[in-house]
Structure formats: C-alpha cells, structure tokens
Design a protein around this ligand. Structure first.
Ligand SMILES: NC(=O)c1ccc[n+]([C@@H]2O[C@H](COP(=O)([O-])OP(=O)(O)OC[C@H]3O[C@@H](n4cnc5c(N)ncnc54)[C@H](OP(=O)(O)O)[C@@H]3O)[C@@H](O)[C@H]2O)c1
Length: 313
C-alpha cells in the first residue's frame, strides 16, 4: 500500500492517492494503470460507466502487483439502483477480481432500468429518464447486502450532498465509509467537509486538478506556493486536499504526470503550512468558486452552486 493511508470508519484503510480512470481510453488505460502501480500507487478508482474496466484489469495483472496490495474502487450506475449485485458482478468480471475494496453509488439518481437506453435512458422530451419513485435508502440496502455477501469490503456514496446523505443515514445499518465529490481549489465545499467529518465519512476528491483543460493549473495562488517550494502547481493542488485529509484521485494517462502527481503530492503535503492551506482555502471564497462537473440530471441534488434545472435545455 502507498505510504499515506487514511483510516475508514469500518477499520479498513484507504491509500490517500488513487489513479483516476474516467475518460482514459481503453487503449491507454491498461498502460496507465500498470505504470501507476509500478510507480507506487496502490489505489485505482474505476466505474462501470467508464466502459474501460476490462482494460483496467489488464493493467492490474500486467503490473505484477498482487491483487491483495491494491485498493480497487468501482461504482454502481444509475440504471442499476434496483439491481446492485448485477452491476457489481459485471464490474468484478470486467476487472477480473472476486471482490472490491470499495463500492460507491455513483450518483444519488436512479434511472429507469427498462428505459430506451441502458446507460442514459431519456424521456420523450429528451430529459433523462429518472425514476423519481425510487428511494435511495433501498439502493443503500442493496449496497449493504454486498458487504454481507463478501463481494465488497467497504461501501460509500458519490456525489451525495448532505441532503442526499440524510436520505440514507437514518436507516443505514452500515455507515457510508466515503463520499466521493468534486473537490478542488475552486470547489472546496468546506461546509460539506465539516458535515462529513461529523459523520466520520472520509471525503474523496474527484477532478482534483480541475479535469480536462483545467483552469486550476494556471491559478496564481497555487502557482506562487508551488514556486516557493520548487514544486509544480499540480503538486500543490493535490497536497492542498491531502492536508485536509481528503483522498485525491488524479487521472492521467501520461507516464511522467502519473509519476509526478504521486511524488509531487506527497512532497507538497510534507511542505504545506497551515498558512498556505488557509490561503488556498480563501481562493474560491475570493471569487474563483467554480463547479466543473454538472451532468444535466434536471433535478436539485442539494449542492451549493448547482443549477436547479437542466443546463442543456
Ligand atoms: N464520482 C464521480 O462522479 C466522478 C466524476 C469525475 C471524476 N471521477 C474520478 O476522479 C478522477 C479524476 O478526475 P478527472 O479525470 O475529472 O480530472 P483530474 O484528475 O482533475 O484531471 C485530469 C486531466 O488533467 C491532466 N493532468 C493530469 N496530471 C497532470 C499534470 N501533472 N499536469 C497537467 N495536466 C495533468 C490529464 O491529462 P492526461 O491524462 O492526458 O495526462 C487530464 O486531462 C476520474 O478519472 C475518476 O476516476 C469521479
């Protein structure tokens, strides 16, 4: 396991730096996973919906690192909220493993399992075909069953605001171990982080570098701190989150970046002072607040800075 681990509320530990795999093309992702594992990563973030889990599995095997030493996460897709085990079994077969370390509900949005498309069903008016009668607490029951049958070690949420977590917490037998969220310099969600801490739920940062063509990589404040320590801006963006006990999931298919994101994040983590962190905390509040990932669900997910209506309409 990588040197920096964070304890989960069920006693398991999660490596604080994981490789993201969203938008990593099938012909690139096996190499990226193999490279990451050879360079010290011990955590890979996957999802059924990314459509590349078979190739992730090839990379895992090619690396020669034993399965037991790698923390693997995947996610339940929206059309499978009533069929958790069916989605999980596809993921396990694709990855070529018989268990996951962590399984997440990808979005707190159940979609019609019998709609006009297996991944993104739509209604006649073009809106996403959401099953508004489905209750998230029943999805969580399905997730808990996967811990009980031994197919996953830990379960968690993804893209759950406080409002959405409160739909599952009152009846949960097993607490969510994590909540994977869009967390970065321009969307630090400090209030939600405080709430998660009070519930012992570990936050995971997706798009920690600002995703494709990131504006964050040119941020003046992060770059100034990076220059002070002789590091890259990307290193500071990752170290900032590590300093707040957030798991980071940088995605790259570029070998040099895969390596430098890992070593640089840890170097930055060892250097950042509380003053640096406070300065970075102030960037979004100072006018740079920006959410980058907003799928057009057309419903209010309970986040600050989230459009209430379908932005594509
Ligand atoms: N739960 C969810 O709903 C959800 C949503 C989004 C993402 N995620 C997870 O979080 C992971 C990370 O998020 P993300 O993929 O959106 O974005 P990200 O990791 O913030 O950024 C990835 C982009 O940054 C580039 N990059 C990586 N390292 C760099 C560096 N050192 N310098 C300059 N550019 C660099 C990558 O390019 P190259 O690959 O070309 O190097 C890629 O274009 C995803 O892959 C996925 O596993 C989860």
């Amino acid at each position: 396991m990588s040197s920096h681990l964070i304890k989960l509320n069920n006693g398991e530990s999660i490596p604080a730096i994981g490789l993201g795999t969203w938008q990593s093309k099938p012909n690139e992702v096996a190499r990226a996973v193999e490279e990451a594992l050879r360079k010290g990563y011990r955590h890979i973030d996957c999802a059924w919906a990314y459509g590349n889990e078979k190739e992730v599995g090839e990379g895992l095997r090619a690396s020669g690192v034993p399965r037991s030493e790698v923390f693997i996460t995947s996610k339940l897709w929206g059309t499978y909220h009533s069929r958790v085990e069916e989605c999980l079994d596809q993921t396990l077969a694709n990855l070529g493993t018989d268990y996951l370390d962590l399984y997440l509900i990808h979005w707190p949005v159940a979609m019609n399992p019998n709609g006009n498309h297996p991944v993104f069903p739509t209604r006649a008016n073009g809106n996403r075909d959401i099953d508004e009668s489905w209750e998230l607490k029943d999805t969580w029951k399905g997730m808990e069953a996967m811990v009980k049958n031994g197919k996953v070690k830990s379960i968690g949420a993804s893209n759950f605001s406080q409002k959405m977590l409160e739909k599952i917490l009152p009846t949960a037998e097993i607490l969510p171990a994590v909540d994977q969220l869009e967390l970065h310099l321009y969307n630090p969600q400090l209030g939600l982080l405080d709430y998660l801490k009070s519930k012992t739920i570990v936050p995971q940062a997706y798009s920690p570098l600002g995703s494709t063509n990131s504006p964050l990589l040119n941020d003046d404040v992060a770059t100034e701190i990076a220059n002070k320590y002789g590091l890259k801006t990307a290193d500071i963006l990752l170290a900032y989150l590590l300093a707040k006990d957030v798991v980071v999931l940088p995605k790259s298919v570029t070998p040099a970046r895969i390596e430098s994101n890992f070593t640089g994040a840890l170097a930055g983590y060892s250097k950042l002072t509380p003053e640096d962190v406070a300065k970075l905390d102030g960037v979004a509040a100072g006018g740079k607040q920006k959410r980058l990932i907003m799928p057009p669900w057309g419903i209010d997910l309970g986040f600050d800075n989230w459009p209430l209506v379908n932005p594509n309409k």
